[in-house]
Design a protein around this ligand. Structure first.
Ligand code: HEC
Ligand code: HEC
Ligand code: HEC
Ligand code: HEC
Ligand code: HEC
Length: 392
């Protein structure tokens, strides 16, 4: 991977933590909410208004790194989506343009809150998103549950935009609004609830944030603070290039390949293979869950379902089960036989997949959501859940 990333000096202490980690893992329990915000590992002062405010000569590398990053890619779907319409609704602009982000926190002189008016297109995550002189006034971030999460200045930015747009409570609210009664009764009023995209912070917050669908009576892994040296977004990600240097991981792990790293000694996916990275357990259980979602849709909801990664709202009806979405007026028919149970499981499946770094951001939260969803669907399908050999 590109770009050397300085390791905070605390990394040395982290080494000792890593050696006792297996014991910590076995005893891992959900953390009670609310927790105080962690101290940032390195206190730094953000340069005031970059690039103008940055020191002499030091900007070129930073600007180049930023220019090559997704944050600066004005042509990507994340920023160009609204170009045809000519304006971004305020509710979308808060994360899809620097100007919208500044409006959300009143840094542009407006009253803080989601802007009620539309904003101009063409914005990206510009320098002043993260280097606004008044950013330090932002001390908490509102999560999709409505809860306020206390943050430090460098976290406020990443946590605002990478938290997704939905929550387990939101799924329950959708079920209630649709007037659903039985867990297994299809309801045409129910639609898919999409967690949104690149939701690293939602995974990272874990059971404390409650943004996955958390089944009643179950405990969930809290925030994944990992180890002191790598407890915040920017201790791993270069804030400009966004990449993660593998050297950062090698301080404590034997591999720098995030997909190969494993500490957990148990196999979560029933394979018994504990040589592979924890990423593989998550991927295997996610595959199993998607199969179960399909089985449940066909056998319990009574209408086969199709997943299309490239098309909103992602789940489509396939009444004759031929592997092609039903069409109506030249467009695929959105899935319309959601039961509350199916929606919860599909939400969790999409939630885990919406963070391609879930294995690093909070692997055990992801595993718990998958396990509980598979268990729940198994019961309704009359399957022998125990025979799958999954470990939570
Ligand atoms: C104003 C909202 C906003 C803020 C603040 C923000 N991001 Fe992003 N981030 C985005 C969007 C939108 C994308 C998708 C960009 C694209 O598709 O080109 C993205 C993409 C990314 C990616 C994927 C990179 C890629 O090239 O696909 C990473 C990693 C990332 N952000 C990390 C961070 C971190 C770490 C922070 C805090 C230092 C942060 N982001 C702050 C909105 C934001
Ligand atoms: C809480 C922050 C946040 C809000 C609010 C938000 N988005 Fe996003 N959205 C993101 C991030 C972050 C990404 C980047 C995903 C990635 O890296 O691919 C994204 C990506 C997208 C994409 C690109 C998806 C793809 O497949 O590449 C679309 C389209 C989109 N958002 C639409 C919307 C719309 C429409 C709204 C308003 C109704 C909205 N977003 C509000 C954070 C947000
Ligand atoms: C997504 C948030 C984000 C964006 C966008 C961003 N920065 Fe930064 N920048 C940071 C953070 C966080 C730090 C502190 C990094 C650290 O101490 O490791 C930083 C540090 C800096 C520094 C000090 C570097 C150092 O090594 O001490 C400069 C200069 C800088 N940024 C300039 C810019 C410029 C110029 C842009 C636009 C081209 C930009 N930044 C865009 C988050 C961002
Ligand atoms: C322990 C280091 C670490 C921390 C802390 C961390 N990340 Fe990551 N993140 C990674 C790694 C490594 C990957 C890539 C995983 C892979 O490729 O297997 C990643 C992937 C991502 C992606 C997807 C990138 C893409 O190209 O699709 C986003 C977005 C992201 N991280 C944002 C964040 C945000 C926001 C935070 C803070 C809430 C955060 N990360 C905290 C290491 C970290
Ligand atoms: C300062 C030491 C330290 C650094 C640096 C570090 N880690 Fe970790 N890592 C740990 C510890 C300790 C755990 C176990 C934490 C726990 O589960 O509570 C862990 C757990 C993990 C896990 C979960 C493994 C499992 O089986 O549950 C992954 C994946 C991971 N780290 C990836 C990374 C990546 C990728 C990087 C580099 C971007 C990184 N780590 C950097 C100490 C570190």
């Amino acid at each position: 991977m590109a770009g050397p990333r300085r390791l905070p000096p605390l990394a040395r202490l982290g080494l000792a933590v890593a050696m006792v980690a297996p014991a910590l893992m076995l005893g891992a329990v959900a953390q009670p909410a609310p927790e105080p915000a962690p101290e940032a590992p390195i206190p730094y002062t953000l340069p005031s208004m970059a690039p103008a405010g940055a020191g002499p000569g030091g900007n070129a590398a930073i600007t180049t790194a930023w220019t090559r990053s997704g944050h600066a890619d004005a042509g990507s779907e994340s920023f160009a989506h609204w170009n045809e319409g000519g304006a971004i609704p305020g509710i979308c602009a808060t994360c899809h343009s620097g100007q919208g982000f500044r409006a959300l926190y009143g840094l542009d002189g407006s009253a803080p809150g989601v802007p009620e008016h539309a904003l101009p297109t063409g914005g990206v995550v510009d320098c002043a998103t993260c280097h606004h002189p008044r950013l330090s006034e932002v001390t908490e971030v509102r999560l999709p549950t409505g809860a306020m999460h206390p943050v430090g200045a460098s976290e406020a930015t990443c946590l605002t935009c990478h938290q997704g747009r939905a929550s387990g409570q939101g799924v329950d609210a959708a079920v209630e609004r649709a007037g659903s009664t039985g867990d297994d009764t299809p309801n045409p009023e129910l639609g898919f609830v999409n967690p949104h995209y690149a939701i690293a912070a939602a995974t990272w917050l874990g059971g404390y944030g409650g943004l996955g669908y958390q089944y009643p009576g179950k405990d969930y892994e809290g925030r994944f603070l990992h180890a002191p040296a790598v407890a915040t977004c920017t201790s791993c990600h270069d804030p400009h290039g966004l990449q993660v240097a593998q050297d950062t991981c090698l301080t404590c792990h034997q591999s720098g390949d995030p997909k190969a790293i494993r500490i957990t000694r148990q196999s979560h996916d029933g394979s018994g293979d504990t040589a592979k990275g924890i990423h593989a357990d998550i991927a295997a259980n996610a595959r199993l869950l998607l199969e179960m979602v399909a089985d449940y849709a066909a056998e319990v909801s009574g209408t086969p379902i199709l997943y299309d990664a490239l098309r909103h709202p992602y789940f489509f009806a396939d009444a004759n089960g031929d592997g092609v979405a039903d069409q109506s007026g030249g467009a695929p028919v959105a899935y319309g036989a959601w039961t509350p149970r199916l929606l919860r499981a599909a939400y969790n499946w999409k939630f885990v997949g919406a963070d391609t770094g879930a294995h690093v951001h909070n692997p055990h939260y992801a595993l718990e959501l998958l396990y509980d969803s598979i268990e729940d669907l198994s019961g309704a399908l009359g399957r022998d859940f125990g025979a799958l050999g999954l470990v939570r």
